[in-house]
Design a protein around this ligand. Structure first.
Ligand code: GRF
Length: 206
């Protein structure tokens, strides 16, 4: 069993960060949030971090909305390392992670995505699912590789799609499962219960 030292990266509301903070405060996850980084100066995720007494940083990523430039990436890596992070949890971080950051935390960068991957990678996945007409959707926690939403899958949770769903109602239902899924995945990692074999993430007994 180890205590994960989490560096959390996000661009928005931070409900996944909040779920993680709450479960740590309740002593139900062997982890500490070492620092939180956002590419958006006024993102609510930074406020949630500060409220919880967690060091919170804005890293300016320049004008592009989706790229993580070299300087910004180096700055993020330095902050993570200075704060002793050993695991990086992406929680609504809207930029593609580059190889340098992945190399600094090998097999230790996780992401949560609001669909059952490999269906509907990319933006507004819940809306893509609704428009496609699937009857089940959900969320996926996966290790991050150099692709977009392509890394080995740790776990998934499903939700039903209702006839009366709007993008908003479906997204909310998926998000309530995200908060459970991310914690389950982090708990497996903290307890040394997972190993990666190629694309497959297998459960070990202890
Ligand atoms: C979640 O829907 C997550 O799946 C996606 O971005 C959203 C982040 O939500 N990657 P929050 O900022 O944690 O509330």
């Amino acid at each position: 069993m180890e205590t994960l030292q989490l560096g959390v990266l996000g661009s928005g509301n931070g409900s996944n960060l909040q779920a993680i903070l709450d479960v740590i405060a309740a002593c139900k996850l062997e982890a500490k949030v070492a620092c939180v980084i956002s590419d958006v100066a006024d993102a609510f995720i930074l406020e949630r971090a500060r409220e919880a007494g967690v060091p919170a940083f804005h890293v300016d990523c320049g004008p592009s909305k989706s790229k993580l430039e070299k300087d910004a990436e180096q700055r993020a890596i330095s902050i993570l390392q200075e704060h002793g992070a050993d695991t990086v949890a992406l929680a609504g971080f809207m930029r593609i992670i580059k190889p340098d950051l992945l190399r600094a935390f090998p097999q230790r960068v996780l992401n949560i995505h609001p669909s059952l991957l490999p269906s509907f990678p990319g933006l507004r996945a819940w809306e893509q699912a609704l428009n496609y007409g699937v009857r089940h959707s959900g969320c996926t926690v996966h290790f991050v590789d150099e692709g977009m939403d392509t890394g080995p899958i740790i776990l998934q949770r499903t939700v039903l799609v209702h006839d009366r769903d709007t993008p908003d109602t479906l997204h909310k239902r998926i998000q309530s499962q995200e908060h459970i899924a991310y914690i389950e995945a982090l708990r497996l990692l903290a307890r040394g219960r997972i190993k990666i074999e190629g694309r497959r993430v297998l459960r070990t007994n202890d």
